[in-house]
Design a binder for this molecule. Sequence first.
Ligand code: NAP
Ligand code: MG
Length: 484
Amino acid sequence: MTQAYQNYIDGQWTDASDRARTSNLNPANTREDLGTFPSATRADAARAIDAAQRAFPSWARTPMPQRGEILTRAADWMHARRDEIGAALTREEGKTFAEARGEVARGVSILRYYAGECLQPTGEVYPSAGAATFLFAERVPLGVVGLITPWNFPCAIPTWKMAPALAYGNTVVFKPAEITPLTAWYLVSAFEQAGLPPGVLNLVVGRGSQAGQELVENGQVKAISFTGSNQVGTRLAATVAQRGGKAQLELGGKNPIIILNDADIARAVELTVQGAMLSTGQKCTATSRAIVTREVANDYRDALAARVKQLRVGDGMQSDVYMGPLVSADAEKTVLEYIALGKNEGARLVTGGEKLRGGEFENGFFVAPTIFDNVTPDMRIAQEEIFGPVVSVLQARDIDDAIALANHTRFGLSASVVTRDLNLALRLIREIEAGVIHINSMTAGAEPHVPFGGTKASSSGLREQGKAAREFFTEWKTVYVDPL
Ligand code: NAP
Ligand code: MG
């Protein structure tokens, strides 16, 4: 018997009003069913929103240090179960166990960081024109917030939204991606076990077009923090804005690694492979373009191809596997379509390019790590987010051309530069349009205490994590106090 999981509304584990259930399958082996999950309807999401609304006044009045203690207890609960949660994450999403365990550890760090934020100042005191006036401004919670998250970081992304939302006194309705509900179940369980009062955090597992749409349209939801595709995100933000709500969007990327003449080629290859192939390329910050100056282009391409051919692909639970499967049949189909498109557009397939079949691959969504060379800037494989283990290599004439190529995209999430030349690095830091820049490290990676997010079409511009998260999850209340 597979386990039947439920939604969490008003402190109760509960079935959806629609009895339909969805199986959570392992993308490395679809014969493995990790349990069935409810399909929350709009009515279920509305009930969750009502519960969050009722819980808000008392949670907002709960002293912040007390809220912080609950975050700490949730962190402790997760830390104690990091292997179990990491294994669940690998089995439902596909990334390797080492990465999954790292993601859970990151979730724990995020919770601990925001527990610490619960002891930080909540406002500012200002001088006043009135001689005896005590003038201050305080950051206060918004009310009910909706969190809509993707499947690719099913622990870290919900945590970096939930932790600040709760720490700053909001109540939450959480709609995880329908295909990674088990990690969401663990996260919400952590808060339940930590003693979070009923209604403060609610979980609705279901489709975006149902449960998600209710969060977007319901006037009680003051703000939506969304991470996902541009298509869904921009539409959602327009709807939320129309009813006077607030929306934060973290969207796609087409992140470049830029390799300059003086780069250590072996290091550049390693950073490309890490950035492009870890998590099977399914990170918003994954490396999907390699921009390399002409003099070193052939050496780099050959070394990259040789390294990529060595990568062991397989079930992420096996310790020698570098790259797991894609998350779903749909994801696999999209990636294979882009590979076919790249060939049709005239790019040269250097290595990979096919679905892996037979033996251990038979029941999973495995695609070989893929490198395209001779990619020109306007090809669709150089412009569109593929979200898979595919790198497009573009040659640059010189530094100016490398910068122009890097910026020749509607996205601007992250970028990486490989060089020993400090002057060049400083110039690229200034001129590259990206929210996050790495000099001599891979395009992916985000520490919990610093602002994270993109520019251009990659983000709404309201940063997540660190102190930046307070901007979104609170608003100012300005107070003039005068003696009578
Ligand atoms: P997606 O299809 O946009 O889904 C994201 C979330 O939105 C899911 O929970 C989805 O629900 C929900 N949703 C779908 N339609 C909705 C609607 N009409 N109303 C409300 N919610 C709705 O994105 P994805 O394919 O899961 O994730 C991959 C994308 O996320 C990539 O583009 C990637 O770059 C981006 N991403 C960005 C960042 C970042 O920080 N910038 C981080 C990670 C991922 P269901 O799918 O469950 O139905
Ligand atoms: Mg699954």
